[in-house]
Write a protein that binds this ligand. Structure first.
Ligand SMILES: Cc1ncc(COP(=O)(O)O)c(C=O)c1O
Length: 489
């Protein structure tokens, strides 16, 4: 319970203050319909008030229709529909129960924050977040595995699994690396809380305040936030929506600004879905090696590439470059498990220490369940189906964009994954569009959030891995109409 909320010298009797306090907690959902409220003895002891005060408070809540007494069981919360004050009783006070955190109207002006806020609100159609609908994932199988590992090895599951992480999972990750052309041992792998933590640890391992890192333009916005928090300066490098970062632009940026590192998503970039040709990967590796620049490689969407051959990680090439390779199971299995990994190369000791001192360990049961999933087999089959499903979802979105968006709209075909990078006609303000869309309960990713310099004013990123219901289709149509309306002025 929160701190004692009573003003003992105030004008209101204590029982009324207690009733109001409990009534507010009920209205806000702390106590849900049908849940049992604390007993009279408990409340009296916890809040240092007499039992009579608690009894009176509960009676008042009954009068307001908020609770019902059940014989020998205690007091229970009434459903909202049944909350009628008793005949002749005063109406209860009204509390402002608008959820503050997800209240779109009060969200920050920052488009990033707005998108996160909108994405977290389940009421909003989540076209703005890079978060596939759970229907795309093997959630039943995972939950069975999760309960199995916890049942069979409760002591292991309940323990910390200190850095570098659960060994059987690291073994599986090392085996899977082969598909990306990489040869590593389980000792090279550090398990993290999602790829987000892997990226953050990478930044902290190789960069510091005032240093500069090359990022593709556009790039993954959470990484930009991480750089910001560490005082690192992002330098935008022109990138092709199909092939990723431009090498000449990278060279030129280094000549002018002296870079300290490079952030790359060579295999299916966010937000564009670009896939870098192997030749460019090699050239960038050579460039980085020559200039002693570490590369932070984001592999999160790599297994979602539509090509039959698995795209090769930068680590697959025979080179001396210093690559911190980061990935996760968030986009392929279960975002909520928060299991990521990294292969930090020469920074292993530093990264393992940083991990140990920032979050000690990643959740053990989830590591165990994913290790089991991979050991049991069928992951590649699942990935194949997932890629097909995502490709189909992108196709659906493309058809609707074609039907409902202005003719000058350019949809940049992704080379994998489930995100669509849309170039809207010149003059469309995507931040304003995002605000307008939110009024229709549609979340979108406005272009400027993917650029430290606020470029891509007329671009948006759409998540296509949604449930394709009539409402979704209708919302995409509405979005197209909003774009048209902006153009008409
Ligand atoms: C490019 C990219 N990197 C990293 C992440 C973070 O992944 P995780 O959920 O595993 O932390 C995401 C999530 O959207 C992403 O799109």
């Amino acid at each position: 319970m929160s701190k004692n909320p009573f003003d003992r010298d105030g004008n209101q009797p204590l029982y009324r203050q207690l009733a109001e306090w409990l009534g507010k907690l009920i209205s806000e959902g702390t106590y849900e319909t049908d849940s049992r409220l604390p007993s009279i003895r408990q409340l009296s002891e916890q809040l240092s008030v007499s039992r009579t005060t608690v009894v009176y408070a509960y009676r008042l809540l009954e009068d307001w229709g908020f609770v019902e007494a059940r014989s020998r069981s205690g007091y229970f919360v009434q459903s909202v529909q049944d909350r009628q004050p008793r005949v002749g009783a005063a109406a209860p006070p009204s509390w402002d129960t608008t959820p503050k955190l997800f209240d779109v109207a009060s969200a920050s002006d920052d488009p990033t924050v707005r998108m996160i806020v909108a994405g977290a609100n389940l009421d909003v159609l989540q076209l703005g977040v890079a978060l596939p609908n759970p229907e795309f994932y093997p959630t039943d199988r995972l939950s069975r595995l999760l309960s199995r590992v916890v049942r069979h090895q409760p002591a292991v599951a309940a323990r910390y699994c200190p850095s570098p992480g659960f060994e059987p999972l690291r073994v599986q990750i090392a085996r899977r690396a082969v598909a990306a052309g990489v040869s590593i041992s389980p000792e090279d792998v550090v398990i993290t809380n999602g790829a987000c933590e892997a990226l953050f640890l990478s930044v902290r391992a190789v960069l510091g305040p005032g240093m500069r890192v090359a990022v593709a333009s556009p790039t993954y916005y959470v990484f930009l936030e991480q750089l910001n928090q560490c005082g690192v300066i992002p330098v935008e490098i022109a990138a092709d929506p199909q092939e990723g970062m431009n090498l000449d632009a990278l060279r030129e940026a280094h000549r002018r600004k002296s870079l300290d590192a490079i952030f790359l998503m060579p295999n299916i970039a966010n937000p564009t879905g670009a896939l870098m040709p192997d030749a460019t990967k090699e050239q960038i590796l050579a460039f980085a090696g020559e200039h002693g620049l570490p590369i932070i490689e984001d592999h999160v969407h790599a297994e979602l590439a539509y090509s039959d051959a698995r795209p090769r990680s930068l680590r697959a090439f025979d080179n001396e470059a210093d690559v911190l390779w980061c990935g996760s199971f968030s986009k392929t299995l279960a975002p909520g498990f928060r299991i990521g990994w990294m292969v930090p190369g020469v920074h292993r000791e530093k990264v393992a220490k940083l991990k140990a001192t920032s979050s000690v360990a990643s959740p053990t049961p989830q590591q165990m369940a994913i290790a089991e999933f991979l050991e049991e087999g069928g992951y590649d089959h699942h990935l194949k189906q997932l890629r097909e499903a995502f490709r189909g979802a992108v196709e659906t979105m493309l058809h609707l964009v074609d039907a409902y968006f202005p003719d000058q709209t350019i949809a940049h075909q992704p080379r994998g994954g489930y995100l669509l990078w849309l170039e809207l006609p010149e003059g469309v303000d995507s931040i304003r569009l995002a605000q307008q869309a939110l009024e229709h309960k549609i979340g979108i990713g406005p272009g400027p959030m993917f650029s430290p310099d606020g470029k891509f004013q007329n671009f948006i990123r759409l998540n296509c891995a949604v449930s394709w219901t009539a409402r979704t289709r209708q919302s995409v149509r509405r979005l197209g109409e909003l774009v048209e309306e902006q153009l008409r002025g």
